[in-house]
Design a protein around this ligand. Structure first.
Ligand SMILES: NC(=O)c1ccc[n+]([C@@H]2O[C@H](COP(=O)([O-])OP(=O)(O)OC[C@H]3O[C@@H](n4cnc5c(N)ncnc54)[C@H](O)[C@@H]3O)[C@@H](O)[C@H]2O)c1
Length: 295
């Protein structure tokens, strides 16, 4: 892996599970990283988590201790977006909410150099529409990492209508320099992975809602019956139920087909603030020694 000349410094907006994973991967590949979040404590938490996750990779022999020692100081806390002037590429990885993402781009673009590239890690929202709200739709791309970013091989690349070939080529080389494999997806709601995955998860929630199976039965059935490494409800908790619901809403609105209607039970969990692992409760309760189903 060689780092690109055009891109030396990567800014990451949002230090949640995806933002910290993206920062981790970029730093290990040799890029300088600026990590921002609206909540400063989130950045501190992310820096600690990155260290812990890298140490785990060292323990498993996936990376060397020296790689970790070199990578950690490359990640710097950026308390405000105003610190992003040095970025060659900024990747937005904040919550899956179009208004919030638009606001971030509005605040970020005046700070970025005119030649800097801008990417969103959105799971579902139109890249063309997000790009059109910025001053650089030709330099805007969808770069969709999978969760957890340090372990998952795939990154989806999504071109907006106005994305230039040069932007695409740079994004492709950048993602390959991280040791990832790409899949190209057209800019339609939820792209490829979540267009297929989220209706399956939503259907699993309907299966629970209608009493066809319990949480444990549904997950066991899909693990052992379809050979999925995780059951769909475990996976939903891992992704975040707020993110799953947002993606279903984008599919429902964007494709105007009732087959994508979000399950009312998924809505209820999100309304309760039971968002999965990140809040310790979702379809399972993670506060005890082992996860316990909540229904
Ligand atoms: N969870 C997944 O499995 C997954 C996978 C691929 C892509 N994504 C996408 O990545 C993005 C982030 O998802 P996540 O799972 O990391 O969410 P998360 O809830 O773990 O983290 C989101 C972070 O964004 C921060 N944030 C909110 N508003 C902000 C603002 N205005 N400025 C800066 N930071 C702000 C929050 O404080 C939080 O730390 C979403 O677009 C999501 O669709 C998620």
């Amino acid at each position: 892996m060689t780092i690109l000349n055009q891109i030396r410094t990567v800014g990451v907006v949002g230090a949640g599970q995806m933002g910290n994973g993206i920062a981790h991967v970029c730093a290990l590949a040799g890029y300088d990283v600026l990590l921002n979040d609206q909540d400063g404590e989130r950045i501190d938490g992310a820096l600690k988590l990155i260290e812990k996750n890298m140490a785990r990779q060292v323990g498993r022999g996936l990376i060397k201790q020296d790689d970790m020692k070199a990578a950690l100081p490359r990640i710097k806390k950026a308390a405000k977006l105003g610190d992003f002037g040095a970025c060659d590429l900024a990747i937005e990885a904040a919550v899956e909410n179009e208004e919030i993402k638009r606001k971030i781009f509005a605040d970020l673009t005046p700070v970025l150099r005119p030649d800097a590239l801008l990417a969103s890690n959105t799971s579902s929202i139109s890249i063309t529409r997000l790009a059109a709200t910025t001053d650089r739709p030709d330099k805007f791309m969808g770069v969709h990492f999978m969760n957890p970013a340090p372990l998952m091989k795939l990154v989806e690349l999504i071109r907006g209508l106005a994305t230039s070939q040069e932007t695409y080529d740079t994004a492709l080389s950048f993602v390959e320099s991280l040791g990832k494999t790409i899949a190209n997806a057209e800019d339609f709601p939820a792209f490829i992975v979540n267009r297929v995955l989220q209706p399956m998860i939503n259907e699993a929630v309907y299966t629970l809602y209608e009493g066809v199976g319990s949480v444990e039965a549904i997950d066991k059935a899909m693990r052992l019956g379809a050979n999925h490494p995780m059951g769909p409800l475990e996976l939903a908790d891992f992704i975040g139920l707020d993110t799953c619901l947002s993606i279903m809403q984008v599919l429902h609105e964007g494709l105007a087909d009732t087959k994508y209607r979000p399950c009312p039970l998924l809505v209820k969990y999100v309304e309760a603030g039971w968002l999965g692992r990140k809040t310790q409760r979702g379809f399972y309760d993670y506060r005890g020694e082992k996860p316990m189903p909540t229904r």
